[in-house]
Ligand binder design. Structure first.
Ligand SMILES: [Zn+2]
Length: 94
């Protein structure tokens, strides 16, 4: 391996480390809203609350975006689906 390529590799690694540090500095840890509020169930009739977990388009947002834990994400997804069938929430917004 040439010296130049080694230097390049080291630079890439340094960039990665600094990025990691920045992420740790600025990223806020997402917390599950259900766990914080100690809610036991997601109410399908509470459309305003469930809208927090939906995109404007009507999609159910993934856990990555909402910060829900696995158990509560499952519950919200079911509640949203139930709510759609009951007519509280839209299937799709155009
Ligand atoms: Zn939770």
């Amino acid at each position: 391996m040439s010296k130049a390529s080694i230097r390049k590799k080291k630079k890439i690694q340094a960039d990665r480390d600094s990025n990691k540090k920045l992420r740790e500095m600025f990223a806020r840890k997402k917390v599950c809203k259900f766990c914080v509020k100690k809610l036991k169930e997601a109410d399908y009739k509470d459309a305003t609350f469930l809208k927090n977990f939906m995109a404007e388009s009507g999609r159910i947002l993934p856990r990555k975006n909402t910060g829900n834990c696995a158990k509560h994400q499952r519950m919200t997804a079911n509640a949203i689906k139930r709510s759609r069938n009951a007519g509280f929430l839209p299937f799709m917004n155009r």
